[in-house]
Design a protein around this ligand. Structure first.
Ligand code: SAM
Length: 248
């Protein structure tokens, strides 16, 4: 049977498409894409033209069965998403699961992933981190999710879009506290790439004050609760030492 290649594509800078990704896309029988128009443009940039099949949230389950049959018949296929690594807040999980269940070889062609790119420049603890993807769109559900994460000791990573970044940062200030350290990675690998760090309160104020800082695509990274708790103990001790001077 054929191989299902899971191919990462750039998150903004076309130079990040690897030579192996190009080779793979050139040689497969067809490419499964989230948005075929988007992928056709990417391929055109590299002078490639391949048969494209749409695979998105709404048809993935039914498409998966047909694609597995095609793989079993001997065709190799590639799966790409609009940007970055498939399956990471993108379609593909059902197809990969079905292919593996059918004993088909599933092989990665790794490359860009916004979360990992962001983590690599954040300067936050990276030995342990938790990728949280997109928060729920509705306010109450979003705050509930954040509340459940408030005591997690590892660095937290979130994806966010321009139209919700302000609300999300406000909710984070309310749930995690004004002082919690955070890093905002915007438009990575693109013209307006910006990486801001500071307290959550500072970052929320900064984004509110400058409409340009609300444009584009974001990875929001929040320091884990561990260091914050330590900081509170240190702050408590400092306060106690100060008070003691004034006590009889
Ligand atoms: N599969 C992709 C990956 O590997 O990163 C993520 C797809 S998800 C639908 C899109 C989200 O990823 C955006 O809303 C944003 O949070 C993040 N993202 C994608 N490109 C980015 C970039 N260049 N800079 C910052 N964040 C980005």
């Amino acid at each position: 049977s054929g191989t299902l290649h899971i191919v990462a594509t750039p998150i903004g800078n076309l130079g990040d498409l690897s030579p192996r990704a190009l080779d793979t896309l050139r040689t497969v029988a067809a490419i499964c894409a989230e948005d075929t128009r988007h992928t056709r443009q990417l391929l055109a940039h590299f002078g490639l033209e391949r048969p494209l099949l749409a695979l998105h949230q709404h048809n993935e389950e039914q498409q998966a069965a047909q694609l597995v049959a095609r793989l079993q018949a001997g065709d190799s296929l590639a799966l790409v998403s609009d940007a970055g690594t498939p399956l990471v807040s993108d379609p593909g999980f059902r197809l990969v699961r079905a292919a593996r269940a059918a004993g088909i070889r599933v092989s990665p062609v790794p490359g860009a992933c916004a979360a990992i790119a962001a983590l690599s420049v954040a300067g936050l603890a990276s030995d342990r981190f938790s990728f949280e993807g997109f928060l729920p769109a509705k306010g109450a559900a979003r705050r509930e999710r954040l509340t459940r994460l408030a005591a997690e000791p590892q660095t937290l990573l979130f994806y966010e879009s321009s139209h919700r970044i302000e609300e999300t940062l406000d909710d984070m200030v309310n749930v995690f506290g004004f002082e919690r350290r955070a890093v905002l990675a915007r438009e990575l690998t693109k013209l307006f790439e910006t990486v801001l760090d500071g307290s959550l309160g500072e970052l929320a104020a900064r984004v509110k004050a400058d409409p340009n800082q609300r444009k584009g695509e974001f990875v929001v990274m929040v320091e884990g609760a561990g260091d914050d708790a330590d900081a509170k103990v240190v702050e408590g001790l400092r306060l106690y030492a100060k008070l003691k001077e004034h006590l009889p």
